[in-house]
Design a protein around this ligand. Structure first.
Ligand code: TTP
Ligand code: MG
Length: 240
């Protein structure tokens, strides 16, 4: 079913004139890779990096770490009650840059996360945990509603890398990103629950795209093998 919608999307590909006179096309198929912090999203994207038919857009964590000299990720972790609105607004902006990104030749676009997980997992978590007041939460909610209605936020497939919070915790400590050194397991437990509520239990309403769940509890080598096996399915969008 998804295979035929991919075909239709291919036919619908539009060439869009840009102010500099060149034309850029819509992507034929957009895949959002989702899952808890440390579940292996970047590893998954790396696998497709050399493929000329795929445009890979990893999460711009470096941008978040350097906003005109400010490390907004670090500020958020150190004082979430003060900085989460600023940080989550910036994350939303950088997610939109990826959603709106267009190429000169149509390709499959693969993005690390989306505005959907920013909202349903991270913003929700901060609000539920009492670190984001209602007013900030409501304003961000209105921004997200507006963006969904007025800009390109369409995705065609969600790949959910499902891993236990304990495995994510171990990987985060192994990779040792400075800002994340004090992330407690409880934080990963709540984020895991919010991913499950959104993607598996569908508590946030209908998903924006069909879902492919991959067990990401495997060690790195086995995960790589699994991604290779599943590559044709993922890139064709044919889940049957
Ligand atoms: P992730 O988006 O989970 O990316 P990752 O690179 O840690 O995951 P993986 O190992 O699977 O590639 O989170 C990046 C950091 O940004 C992490 O510390 C959580 C934080 N973050 C937020 O606080 N709010 C957000 O909305 C997002 C998207 C990330
Ligand atoms: Mg990553």
């Amino acid at each position: 079913m998804l295979g035929s919608s991919l075909h239709q999307l291919g036919n619908l590909t539009q060439l869009m004139p840009t102010p500099d006179g060149t034309t850029k096309s819509q992507h034929i198929f957009t895949i959002a890779v989702e899952g808890n912090i440390g579940c292996g999203k970047t590893t998954f994207l790396q696998h497709f990096k050399g493929n000329p038919k795929v445009e890979v857009l990893p999460e711009p964590v470096d941008k978040w770490k350097s906003v005109k000299g400010y490390n907004s990720l670090d500020m958020m972790y150190k004082d979430a009650a003060r900085w989460s609105l600023a940080f989550q607004s910036y994350v939303t902006l950088t997610m939109m840059e990826h959603h709106e990104n267009k190429e000169e030749t149509p390709k499959v676009k693969m993005i690390e996360r989306s505005i959907y997980s920013t909202r349903h997992c991270f913003i929700e978590n901060l609000h539920q945990g009492g670190l984001m007041p209602d007013i900030d939460y409501n304003i961000l909610g209105e921004w997200h509603d507006w963006l969904n209605q007025n800009s390109t936020t369409d995705i065609n497939l969600i790949v959910y890398l499902r891993a236990s919070p304990q495995n994510c915790f171990d990987r985060i400590h192994k990779r040792n990103r400075d800002e994340e050194k004090d992330v407690p397991i409880e934080y990963l437990n709540s984020l895991h629950k919010l991913h499950e509520d959104w993607l598996i239990e569908k508590k946030r309403g209908e998903l924006p795209a069909p879902l492919l769940v991959i067990d990401a509890n495997l060690d790195l080598e086995d995960l790589q093998k699994k991604i290779s096996q599943m590559e044709p399915k993922i890139l064709s969008g044919n889940l049957s």
